[in-house]
Write a protein that binds this ligand. Structure first.
Ligand code: MEV
Length: 412
């Protein structure tokens, strides 16, 4: 499957779908799913959440040019912000020239926390250590599937926390969740192990829940980006320094990275709140909030970028097998393993960061962004879909891209 589809963005919807069908091996049913409005029926929505009253669609686009660990991959992105899909494709193209992204995902280990309060025994740690097998057996009884795959709860440890009004104990289970994100099974395992933990520690178990700080699932992505003159490379390094050393810039810099990560994760039906929470905690691991990426110049004068971010994602469980569009997105990406998916998501984050920094130090972000946003502004001003393109073109010609100008053109 080739991910460099010439002039993909210039094709109409039919042309893009035909190219996608050919490149990703989609069938008629997949194409019909992509053509449907949002992919889920009201019945499916009603089964997913409480008090459902409808469904809510967002744009689904395909970022091109990605090569991840030597394989071409087309990357579906769900996002409402213009420029993000174009930026990812542009970043991937600059990386492609030097072989693409090299990525590695950490083990799918989830931490489950069992909080113990009250009169915890002084020797609670050694009692928990002696009772490890009982705890693991109770936890693993919750998933025959994981156990059969040689996965499941692996280890138990304790930490004392100094709280405002005394000490608490946290007993932590490490669960190998295999191809799943693992939240539900980890929570069930914590609940199953809790009575044994109470008995061993003498305290009272309160919370029994996973930690979304999935540090062990950190993905490391690197790439070299070609095609920049020496001054652009140097300016991008200066831009990176600000993100590295200033929290105000780091938040925006990382927001751009999350544009890529969250868009791909959303297309794959992942829990993006968990991903965001873990990413920002990871960005603060040095004691102050900083850039998730690191940038340097290699011996050839090209930019070398790396991204480290925890990505607790799965290819089974959640809505991965329920949401029809997610199923097609998985097929487009050939995402059959959680680690492979994490590598692609991380690559999208690094590509996005490259493209944002490049735009910021050259033309500025607004030039491309506002061109793409012009149609939205025309529609917001009351233009029909038929009128929007012409109004957008006129505003771009006039270099006056605003809802007010769109309203004027509509009224004239
Ligand atoms: C906009 O959604 C993202 C950027 O602000 C990221 C950045 O500033 O690096 C362009």
């Amino acid at each position: 499957m080739g991910s460099s589809i010439p002039a993909f963005y210039q094709k109409d919807r039919r042309g893009r779908l035909d190219a996608l069908r050919a490149a990703a091996g989609l069938d008629d049913e997949d194409i019909a799913t992509l053509e449907s409005a949002g992919g889920i029926t009201f019945g499916e929505a009603d089964a997913m959440i409480e008090n459902a009253v409808g469904t809510f669609s967002s744009p689904l686009g395909i970022a091109t040019n990605f090569v991840v660990n030597g394989s071409d991959v087309l990357v579906p992105m769900v996002i409402e912000e213009s420029s993000v899909v174009a930026a990812a494709s542009k970043g991937a193209k600059a990386a492609r020239a030097a072989g693409g992204f090299v990525a590695e995902a950490g083990a799918p280990h989830v931490i489950g926390q069992i909080q113990v309060v009250g009169a915890v025994a002084g020797d609670a740690e050694s009692r928990v250590a002696a009772g490890t097998q009982r705890i693991l057996d109770a936890a693993n009884a919750k998933s025959r599937t994981l156990a059969a795959m040689g996965r499941g709860a692996r280890s138990v440890s304790c930490r004392r926390i100094t709280a405002d009004d005394g000490e608490q104990l946290v007993v932590e289970l490490v669960v190998d969740s295999g191809e799943a994100m693992g939240a539900n099974i980890t929570n069930s395992m914590c609940e199953a192990a809790a009575p044994i933990v109470e008995e061993l520690t003498g305290g009272r178990v309160l919370l029994r829940i996973l930690s979304n700080y999935s540090e062990q699932r950190t993905v490391r992505v690197t790439a070299t980006f070609r095609g920049n003159d020496a001054s652009t490379v140097d300016d991008m390094l200066l831009a990176y320094q600000l993100a590295k050393h200033d929290t105000y810039r780091a938040v925006t810099h990382n927001k751009g990275i999350m544009n890529g990560i969250v868009a791909v994760a959303s297309a794959m039906g992942q829990d993006v709140r968990a991903i965001e929470a873990a990413a920002h905690a990871y960005a603060s691991r040095g004691g102050s909030y900083s850039s998730l990426t690191a940038w340097s110049k290699n011996a050839d004068g090209n930019l070398a970028g790396s991204l480290e971010v925890p990505l607790g994602v799965g290819t089974v469980g959640g809505i991965s097998k329920i949401h029809p569009t997610v199923r097609v997105c998985a097929k487009i990406m050939h995402a059959t393993s959680a680690s492979g998916l994490a590598c692609i998501i991380g690559s999208a984050g690094l590509a996005q960061n490259y493209a944002a920094m490049h735009a910021l130090v050259t033309t500025g972000i607004q030039a491309g962004h506002m061109r793409l946003h012009a149609k939205n502004l025309a529609i917001a001003a009351g233009a029909t879909l038929g009128q929007a393109s012409d109004i957008a073109e006129q505003m771009i010609r006039e270099s006056d891209i605003s809802e007010a100008r769109a309203r004027q053109i509509l009224g004239s």
